[in-house]
Design a protein around this ligand. Structure first.
Ligand code: AQP
Length: 333
């Protein structure tokens, strides 16, 4: 089977450095070697309340970030999820394959629902099942994601395996995650033990892709560190979460290893290191932010890209969904 990639980003809130280094940048790197579908997962977004106007706008902004980061809409299929109903249809079949016990173990639901579990939407609970449908409705073989999505990917594999086993077929592939780079889990700039996240109330916890040079510099300067100079070894680094995070970000942005960063900066003061990190981050992220700002001013262009992508995605999904329905025994499939 040909290698095929699917990955999605939720159009919620501000896209940040974690989304970029954990996911979007890898999408760009993979576009030559695989057939790729990249999606704004708006149906996932509404598992938590979204203001309708902001959802529409955020969908365009995520699309703009994909294009600004270097994804070519001709070589890749770029679209928003809700335009291709096959995702929802396959998700229903998978709701009947996945087991409650499997979903009960999902840590993202526990984190997002928190103490308000009884009040969480059914969609938030079923989120990983829809994610499995997103991937398998295209028989995607690989999914580039950040570390936080690993458990959901395992569930996708379990669903594919159970479907194949229950119906005695070899229909869905057992998808492999691609979790690569030196920053697969970028942490908050305020707390090295918490993931950098769109929903963190502190804007200083993250670098947004639309932040200008002054904001990037200010946030990195204020990023929490410990009082010691940078460590000299990886073993020492791993005991210091804030240092580890900044070194990982530097390594990922410069396409080198943490080891190489320490070779250069080990024993130096954080103030020196941060000054270099600011220059690097501004050089790498500045052009993306500027291009995003330009693209969002032309919503017709973005809407055209998404409409075209959805058409191509729907055509690819249709025969796979039809066959899945036939396997299940749905009359008329
Ligand atoms: N901190 C991160 N480090 C590395 N990768 C990350 N990703 C998210 N945060 C980090 C990866 O970005 C892709 C798209 O994420 P998403 O928007 O679909 O999911 P998310 O996890 O909901 O993003 P946030 O920022 O963490 O949002 P909230 O605050 O709502 O929880 C995925 O590949 C993800 O792994």
């Amino acid at each position: 089977m040909a290698n095929r990639i699917f990955s999605g980003v939720q159009p919620t809130g501000q896209l940040h450095l974690g989304n970029y280094l954990g996911a979007i940048r890898n999408f760009v790197a993979l576009q030559g070697d695989y057939e790729c579908l990249y999606c704004m997962v708006d149906m996932h977004a509404i598992t938590m309340w979204q203001d309708p106007k902001e959802l529409t706008q955020a969908t365009r902004t995520v699309a703009a970030s994909f294009l600004a980061a270097g994804l070519d809409p001709k070589r890749n299929i770029i679209f928003n999820q809700s335009r291709v109903p096959a995702h929802a249809e396959l998700a229903w079949i998978f709701n009947c394959v996945a087991r409650l016990g499997w979903l009960n173990r999902m840590t993202q639901f526990k984190e997002k629902a928190g103490k308000q579990r009884e009040n969480a939407s059914v969609g938030l609970y079923a989120y990983p099942v829809l994610m499995a449908a997103d991937i398998l409705v295209y028989k995607a073989t690989h999914v580039p994601v950040g570390e936080d999505q690993k458990q959901h990917l395992e569930l996708t594999r379990d669903i594919a395996q159970k479907f194949n086993h229950d119906f005695g077929v070899e229909f869905f592939p057992i998808t492999e995650p691609i979790i690569q780079g030196e920053a697969t889990r970028v942490m908050s700039l305020r707390d090295g033990t918490k993931k950098m996240s769109k929903s963190d109330p502190s804007d200083y916890s993250r670098i947004n892709l639309t932040d200008g040079p002054d904001q990037i510099a200010d946030k990195i300067r204020k990023a929490r560190t410990d009082p010691h100079p940078l460590p000299e070894t990886i073993e020492e680094l791993e005991k210091r979460p804030e240092a580890d995070n900044l070194v990982g970000i530097y390594a990922a942005l410069d396409d080198i290893t943490r080891h190489q960063v320490l070779h250069h900066f080990g024993g130096k003061l954080f103030s020196d290191f941060k000054a270099q990190l600011i220059d690097l981050a501004v050089a790498r992220l500045g052009p993306i932010g500027t291009e995003m700002q330009r693209l969002v001013k032309d919503p017709d262009h973005i809407d055209g890209v998404l409409a075209n992508g959805a058409e191509r995605a729907a055509a690819m999904a249709a025969p796979i969904l039809r066959e899945a329905k036939r396997i299940v025994g749905f009359l008329g499939a």
